[in-house]
Design a protein around this ligand. Structure first.
Ligand SMILES: Nc1ncnc2c1ncn2[C@@H]1O[C@H](COP(=O)(O)OP(=O)(O)OP(=O)(O)O)[C@@H](O)[C@H]1O
Ligand SMILES: [Mg+2]
Length: 368
């Protein structure tokens, strides 16, 4: 699966551009603020019907304009697929596959798998545990629609249970009968979510380690550990036994909403101990592991977007990454950089199959 042609109109600082992509490596070169990341975001949009960065569609319209449009022509399982995403100020967003409008955006997700490696991934290390849960949820729900339903059901029951706990604290005579129902709903959805997260991380760990050691030439040992209240016995039981504590706290203290993913480097938390380059390596390896995971499940190679991976990494690590993603397990790739010198040096020895694009002030031209 790969993108053959891309047309972008009035999306952020890109007024009008049409490019023909290489099925393998595409490099976007340009100065800070030129629009390289915006192009990657347009590709992300075509896969997920939304921006990676900005959830308000209106803010993606080029300043002073009233609409934007992104069109991609893909080759997928030997067939051509035309995907168009359009948004006009004040109207409903439209996504079309081969001229047919989707009724539900969710039906499009998964058709064109894509993995974005971005400087924003740093929140996985530096942010709160909710960021790491979001990471797990994002990957799993890309291939398992039932998982998303479980999450919605769980969160609804959690909200209701917490509201009841607050009421009970305000008024000791509150009817408690509903608690049992909420516990049951939390248990059913929670245990399924726990099993899915656990299985996902189990499968991810060996692949993640493999990538980390390949990029770092075995320099460091990394780990990934999934911690959950649900790992020690019956969740229903632990909800029941913590009810007094929950009443005092006025919220539910046990559950998958408290899950944590511990990221370690040589047995210590990478957040405290890792150098910037080690943290970056960690994140790239994690995203490449995610790539492999989705590839196996979806049966196609996702499109891989590598934004700013040269920042903070030494020459050897960058070279390892580019060599790796040029290999057979990977498909179409888009890489950004501010100058083409170190890319040229690496690419020369790795592959001949690449396109270089110069991005200047929202304009994109092909270079040879
Ligand atoms: N809605 C919009 N309309 C017009 N311009 C916009 C809009 N949103 C963002 N921009 C502009 O897009 C530019 C940023 O582009 P982008 O993030 O793609 O740069 P970049 O080439 O990736 O730069 P860097 O090398 O710093 O990462 C900024 O100048 C920003 O002002
Ligand atoms: Mg950028």
């Amino acid at each position: 699966m790969h993108l053959k042609n891309l047309t972008v109109s009035n999306f952020k600082n890109i007024r009008e551009t049409v490019i023909t992509c290489s099925p393998r490596l595409n490099c976007l070169i340009g100065n800070n603020g030129a629009g390289k990341t915006n192009i990657l975001d347009a590709l992300y949009y075509l896969s997920f019907t939304k921006s990676f960065f900005i959830s308000i569609d209106q803010m993606n319209i080029c300043h002073g304009e009233k609409w934007f449009m992104i069109k991609g022509i893909y080759e997928r399982s030997g067939m051509e697929e035309e995907i168009v995403c359009g948004y006009q100020d004040g109207q409903k967003k439209q996504v079309k596959r081969n001229s047919k409008t989707y009724k539900r955006m969710a039906d499009h997700i998964g058709l064109l798998p894509l993995v974005m490696v971005s400087p924003n991934d740093a929140v996985l290390i530096l942010g709160g545990s909710d960021e790491r849960r979001k990471f797990m949820d994002g990957v799993i729900s890309q291939y398992d629609a039932a998982y998303l339903d479980d999450l919605l059901r769980y969160n609804r029951a959690l909200l209701q249970r917490n509201n009841l706990l607050k009421q009970m604290a305000a008024d000791p005579l509150t009817e408690m009968g509903m608690l049992e129902l909420y516990d049951e709903q939390l248990t059913i959805a929670g245990e399924r979510i726990y099993r899915n997260r656990n299985a996902f991380i189990d499968q991810l760990i060996p692949v993640f380690r493999k990538y980390y050691s390949a990029i770092s030439a075995d320099a460091e040992e990394v780990g990934l550990e999934y911690l959950s209240d649900l790992s020690n016995g019956s969740y229903d039981q632990s909800l029941k036994s913590s009810v007094e504590k929950d009443k005092a706290a006025q919220y539910t203290t046990k559950g998958i909403h408290r899950d944590e993913l511990v990221l370690t480097l040589g047995r210590f938390p990478i957040r405290k101990l890792g150098s910037q380059g080690q943290q970056k390596t960690y994140l790239v390896a994690l995203k490449l592991a995610q790539f492999e995971f989705i590839r196996q499940i979806a049966g196609v190679k996702p499109i891989l977007l590598l934004d700013d991976i040269f920042d903070k990494l030494d020459k050897n690590r960058v070279e390892q990454i580019v060599k790796m993603v040029s290999g057979e397990q990977f498909g179409q790739i888009f890489i950004t950089d501010t100058n083409r010198e170190h890319l040229d040096a690496i690419l020369h020895s790795v592959t001949k199959d690449y396109h270089i694009f110069r991005v200047t002030d929202g304009n994109i031209t092909r270079e040879s």
